[in-house]
Design a protein around this ligand. Structure first.
Ligand code: MF3
Ligand code: CO
Ligand code: CO
Length: 238
């Protein structure tokens, strides 16, 4: 899990360096795919439940699961989340960040900063004996007073030999997931945060792309974390 996490972080960092006005989401996909193979790993999203590409690229009011496309060019002022999951020696590492494309609005900048901070306030409660629902309580207490919508239909997740496993890790309060954290557990914390309502819908044509209902901007950050004997370790770091 540590090696897979490190590799996912490397692929995310290297692919993120290519984000600029004019690059296409397919170019980002192909770069990430090749680097993953070069490191002896596989892109976990490719063919996962029929997902057609190797990474997710989610622009502006796309919440997550955006499909990279030929000719889909990033423009100055966009924000784009790159979500990388690698499978190395049978284990998964899953991490994402939202990047600014050139100069962005103050509102978009603030959304990105608050979303990243909310991921950290979620991660910081991780320790043996804490409950999974403590993550969502902590994130919600940070974001809701600021007026954001916390996406409810998609959650963090256990991760290991499987891309997605138990438990679900919701990012909103009072979610009732009372499982207790134990040393050795690995799961993701990956809040999806909207400038408007929390409501989302899935694209009827491609079956994947998740959009905000009210067209508001959405950001996301994700790490894979390990519960240690006295707290947590972030695995998706280089
Ligand atoms: N990486 C996403 C997550 O954080 C899942 C993407 S599923 C895919 O859980 F099929 F769209 F790749
Ligand atoms: Co994930
Ligand atoms: Co992910």
């Amino acid at each position: 899990m540590k090696d897979a996490g490190k590799l996912a972080a490397e692929v995310l960092n290297e692919t993120g360096r290519l984000v600029r006005p004019g690059v296409t989401t397919l170019e980002l996909n192909d770069f990430a795919h090749r680097l993953t193979l070069k490191r002896g790993a596989e892109s976990a999203p490719l063919n996962y439940r029929g997902f057609p590409k190797s990474i997710c690229t989610s622009i502006n009011n796309v919440v997550c699961h955006g499909i990279p496309k030929k000719g889909e060019t990033l423009k100055e002022g966009d924000i784009v989340n790159l979500d990388i999951t690698v499978k190395l020696d049978g284990y998964h590492g899953d991490t994402s960040r939202t990047f600014a494309v050139g100069k962005i609005s103050d509102a978009a900048q603030k959304l990105m900063e608050d979303t990243e901070k909310s991921m950290w306030v979620g991660i910081e409660v991780v320790r043996p004996g804490a409950r999974i629902c403590d993550v969502g309580d902590s994130i919600d207490a940070f974001l809701t007073p600021k007026g954001y919508g916390i996406v409810r239909d998609l959650c963090g997740h256990g991760i290991g030999r499987n891309f997605h496993e138990e438990p679900q890790v919701p990012h909103y309060k009072n979610n009732g997931i009372r499982s207790v954290m134990r040393p050795g557990m690995t799961f993701t914390v990956e809040p999806m945060v909207n400038r408007g309502s929390y409501e989302v819908f899935t694209d009827a044509h491609d079956g994947w792309t998740v959009w905000t209902r009210d067209k508001s901007l959405s950001a996301q950050f994700e790490h894979t974390v390990l519960v240690t004997d006295d707290g947590y370790e972030v695995l998706t770091r280089e």
